[in-house]
Design a protein around this ligand. Structure first.
Ligand code: SF4
Length: 83
């Protein structure tokens, strides 16, 4: 399935919750904010990343988005918003 993640860098407050929930997809940048591993778009205030994923990868991405206290991570599956 096609999964798109939208991340709001300007909203992120660097709690590390997404990285704790899904360290395979999220990492901490030197500015103390999150970044999706493999995405080249690290700096714009808002960016998105799209990839084919299986159910297990999607589960961890959704867990990371749900863990975010400021709703900086949004997940779309086949064009439908999940969180
Ligand atoms: S959980 Fe949200 S606020 Fe915390 S680092 Fe991740 S994106 Fe930023």
């Amino acid at each position: 399935m096609k999964v798109r993640i939208e991340y709001e860098h300007d909203v992120c407050v660097g709690t590390n919750a997404c990285m704790a929930a899904d360290p395979q997809h999220f990492e901490l940048l030197e500015d103390g904010k999150a970044h999706i591993i493999g995405s080249a778009q690290a700096r714009p205030e808002k960016w998105s990343w799209e990839s084919d994923m299986d159910e297990n990868a999607l589960k961890t991405i959704l867990a990371a988005a749900e863990a975010c206290p400021v709703n900086a991570i949004h997940v779309f599956v086949d064009g439908v918003k999940k969180i």
